[in-house]
Design a protein around this ligand. Structure first.
Ligand code: PEP
Length: 262
């Protein structure tokens, strides 16, 4: 059975004190449940990573991923953070190509492909985000866009390397809007992403997560859809109770094929 993933993307929220407070409340809750079948991650701001790594210590019920890294291994890039720096403090993965970075930092596919390579070289797991805008969906271009995002960002990787990547399907119109994608859309797009990955010779092993207004109320249905290996959660990951309710929803999933989604 494939592991189920849950990532809390804190974006640019929480001071260090608030982040430590959150982890202080979360870790005992995780200790109290059997989360061994889950791959749980928090993606805080860079400045909180070391402090949270110290709090997690040997517990390992939850791991750290970063929200970004630079596309070069090292160099004169003031204000940037390299993949190797992240790996050295115990970070296990990096979000690559979140739609907010594609939009505000103008990150394009070749740049994302370089970032993925740096993350793999540093021994971490890339979590490649993809997803169409509302305009693209309205024009029936959602599949073309997602296919292009995947093909061009994964370009130059061997099938074996692609198998170490995780994908997060995050329709841009669903992120932070409360407008969650329907189960039909999620099922259709996850099946389509699986097909694209198969064409890249990376079959069933790549986990495909869903992100976009997932919350404790809708998590069980979303996480039960075929080909949904977990969730990338923004807003609802900022509160311990909401995060733990989504963990509980994930624990209820027996396998990746639970729900009939219509
Ligand atoms: C995200 O930022 O990746 C995300 C899914 O945000 P939200 O859950 O708030 O829509």
């Amino acid at each position: 059975m494939q592991k189920k993933y849950l990532i809390g993307n804190w974006k640019m929220y929480k001071t260090t004190q608030e982040a430590i407070g959150f982890m202080g409340a979360l870790l005992p809750e995780l200790k109290a449940i059997d989360a061994g079948s889950l791959a749980l991650y928090i993606a805080p701001s860079f400045v909180h990573l070391s402090a949270i790594a110290d709090l997690i210590g040997d517990h390992q019920s939850i791991q750290l991923i970063a929200q970004n890294c630079h596309h070069e291994a090292e160099g004169a890039f003031t204000g940037e953070v390299s993949a190797a720096m992240l790996a050295a403090i115990g970070v296990k993965g990096v979000l690559i190509g979140h739609s907010e970075r594609r939009s505000y930092q103008k990150e394009d596919h070749p740049l994302l492909a370089q970032k993925i390579k740096r993350v793999l070289e540093a021994g971490m797991q890339p979590f490649l985000c993809c997803g169409e805008s509302l305009a693209a969906r309205k024009h029936g271009k959602h599949k073309t866009i997602v296919q292009q995002q995947l093909q061009e960002s994964l370009m130059g990787l061997t099938p074996k390397e692609i198998e170490t990547v995780a994908i997060a399907y995050e329709p841009v119109w669903a992120i932070g809007t409360g407008q969650v994608a329907s189960l039909t859309v999620i099922t259709e797009m996850h099946a389509f992403i699986r097909e694209v990955l198969s064409e890249l010779c990376a079959g069933e092993k790549v986990p495909i997560l869903y992100g976009g207004s997932c919350n404790p109320q809708n998590a069980k249905a979303i996480l039960g859809c075929p080909n949904v290996a977990g969730g990338l959660i923004g807003g609802a990951s900022l509160r311990v109770d909401a995060f733990m309710q989504i963990v509980a929803a994930l624990l209820e999933q027996k396998d990746g094929t639970g729900y009939s989604c219509n």
